[in-house]
Design a protein around this ligand. Sequence first.
Ligand SMILES: [Zn+2]
Length: 300
Amino acid sequence: MKHLLLALLALLAGCTSTGHEDLRQSARSQLFHVHALERATAERVLMECEALAPLVLAQPTSAAATPVEIYCVPVKKQYGEGRNLTEGDPELRQVSCIEIDIGRELSWERFVIAHELAHSWLAPEWNPLPQILEEGLADMAGSAADPQAGVCRRLFHGLRLVTWAGIGYPFSSEHDGRREAGMLKLGQPTAGLPTLAQMLELDATSYHDVGGDQNENLLYAVGFALVQQIGVPALKALCARANAQGLAQIPADWLLEAAGLTRATDQLWAICGMRLIGTAEEELLQHCLRDEGPFRFGKP
Ligand SMILES: [Zn+2]
């Protein structure tokens, strides 16, 4: 999910400079070299990677597969995150290795692995894509890898967007015989949130610095919704146009125009988060509202 940028210094050391020295067990295939605390984890993640690789490579943004080093970081969380560690010029997106947090939810883990592999194998012609749109495309790969986790991702993205729009999501639920209804809000944006156009101007290094976690999570939602709205073929054409003009990144105005938006639209547009919440997402929401527990999906 998140990208960390290794300094040029780390080039020689690869990933060893980021606290991977305890991950001494490993499992490998032609494509993957997986490092973990326990052999069983390394072997399980290797099997997941092998199973997910064809799905990721079938994505419209993927180039041919190149070998990937994967570090499995144990975390005390239900849902782990993932990181692509890059080296050199960030615009060239040269991936040095992937970190996968090992949480407790395997369905989500599959989503994260596919998301990170989509970054790793992004074909160079997609490099002009702003980072938040690349995130949206990586989420598409994650959803293809684990549709249940994809439902959860779309629900969260949808709720964050309608919250940003200032409206929230209308819900009603029954719990212990009591009926509840209201407007559900998730992740109120905080100070420092860029405008929609500014979000499209961020790159791999600047998109973490947007005023905190809630804002950063919202950027992922915006990227996902914009990818749906613009469509993959139009995004590919915009990348080709930027490449032809020698531009490092597609100008924000091209993207807004492709989405039928203007700089004046801003957060009002985010009501389109409603479109991400269909029957499956509504069912998951009801499940969560009834259980009052964490968002759960898939088999344990
Ligand atoms: Zn990502």
